[in-house]
Design a protein around this ligand. Structure first.
Ligand code: GLU
Length: 433
């Protein structure tokens, strides 16, 4: 199989899904994936777009067996470097009477016979070409249909897995295959991805469509890849989270849905959060720490053990790495503000200042804030006063973090540690009335 992008735009969800399905099929069958760069449109190709494709594929873990960087026996893998091959194939068509010149361009002479394919996704598709078409423009540049088919023949491609937007080109392509006496590949035209809201096809301009944005937002590549697998394919049960090895073993062309898939960023975020929660803590710390450093929440001098403790405590509550800065900032900076909404809510009920003062006095006698010890203190105070432990917990959480959301309360006290907690209680008592 091959993934044959044109480096004219960015690497968007649709291209990534096409690359992924080719990769899955190659890995499922033990075949080879070729990366072929369709860069014949000199004016629209950019180096930058090419790099974005390489980076995007690597980020998603989609390695190619042949192509740029990987090499292989069927190169060059840039169409812009394959002129000799195209000339050779053109000569074959001239020799068998299927190519002719007109007005400076070279035309392909169609057979006019119905072109029938048994598409692995769409089933039987029939279409008849009615007009000869240009294969070499008058400026000498070859047309997409021609080079696409020549390369598929020359590279020994057996399966063409591509977007449904190419289905209407296929009759031109099968005419060309036959004119060279080459066997047709198996075609699998995969359904379009519809934009999240509204009827049309998702385009590069749509919100959420660029792969590099997920990378910048520190989504986990395994999660994005898992989500992309579900755009047009499913394991035929309700599962959404599947390891890549299982997907590879289950993936097959007839399993691809015929119906269009709809992009759903919420589902992607949900899958990403599941992957985040399942990461081994050490790995999570590494990823989240990089985000904190980049955002300037911590710096090289911040105690690494403290950072690791904060992040390990926060992992199960975080939905995305991009939220880690806001979620943990107060651990590292004592100048946090007291969220007015949280404050209002907590001050509506009971006397949070009194609860914090009582807790401060009792906790001061503990050496270490191990979970069980501080919990026993809170329970004893609440029992004595005849109130729920929540009164202490909400007030104290507001005092030490400025907010009413966060990780488990006793874990919060343990990780902040005695000194920070008591200092923060004092600041709260002095500032918040
Ligand atoms: N360069 C074409 C594209 O990016 C490739 C089409 C194909 O896979 O045959 O759409």
């Amino acid at each position: 199989v091959r993934f044959a992008p044109s480096p004219t735009g960015f690497f968007h969800i649709g291209s990534a899904r096409t690359a992924l399905f080719n990769w899955l099929y190659a890995r499922h069958t033990g075949g080879s994936l070729i990366l072929r760069i369709e860069d014949t449109d000199k004016l629209r190709n950019t180096e930058e777009a090419l790099q974005v494709i390489f980076d995007g594929m690597s980020w998603l873990g989609l390695d190619w067996d042949e192509g740029p960087q990987a090499g292989g026996d069927f190169g060059p893998y840039f169409q812009s470097q394959r002129d000799d091959i195209y000339r050779e194939y053109l000569d074959k068509l001239r020799a068998n009477g299927r190519a002719y010149d007109q007005d400076g361009a070279v035309y392909f002479k169609i057979s006019g016979e119905p072109q029938i394919i048994d598409d692995a996704v769409r089933g039987r598709v029939e279409r008849t070409e009615e007009k000869d078409f240009v294969i070499i423009r008058s400026d000498g540049s070859p047309v997409f249909h021609f080079v696409n088919v020549v390369d598929d023949i020359a590279m020994g491609i057996t399966h063409v897995i591509r977007g449904e937007d190419h289905l209407s080109n296929t009759s031109k392509h099968t005419e060309l295959f036959k004119s060279f006496g080459a066997p047709l590949p198996v075609y699998a035209h995969i359904p379009l991805i519809l934009k999240e809201n509204g009827p049309g096809k998702m385009s590069k301009r749509d919100q959420g469509s660029l792969i590099e944005n997920y990378r910048k937002r520190r989504f986990l590549p395994e999660a994005v890849r898992n989500y992309l697998c579900l755009l047009g394919w499913s394991p035929k049960d309700d599962r959404e989270i599947l390891g890549i090895d299982e997907i590879i073993s289950l993936f097959d062309l007839p399993q691809i849905n015929r119906n269009n898939a709809r992009f759903d960023e919420k589902k992607l975020s949900h899958i990403n959060s599941k992957y985040l929660h399942d990461l081994p803590p050490g790995k999570f710390v590494e990823i989240a720490k990089a985000a904190l450093l980049e955002e300037g929440v911590i710096d090289g001098a911040t105690d690494p053990d403290y950072v690791a403790a904060v992040l390990t405590l926060s992992q199960e509550k975080l939905r995305a790495v991009e939220e880690v800065g806001a979620f943990t900032r107060y651990f590292f900076h004592g100048d946090y503000e007291f969220d007015p909404k949280a404050k209002q809510k907590i001050f509506k009920k009971g006397d949070p200042r009194a609860r914090v003062a009582e807790l401060r006095a009792s906790l001061a006698s503990l050496d270490e804030f191990a979970e069980e010890a501080s919990e026993a203190v809170v329970q004893k105070l609440a029992g004595k006063l005849g109130v729920g432990t929540g009164e202490y917990i909400h007030a104290a959480r507001l005092a030490v973090s400025g907010t009413n959301v966060g990780p488990s309360f006793y874990g919060l006290l343990r990780v902040l540690g005695k000194e920070r907690v008591l200092t923060r209680f004092d600041r709260f008592l002095a500032e918040v009335k």
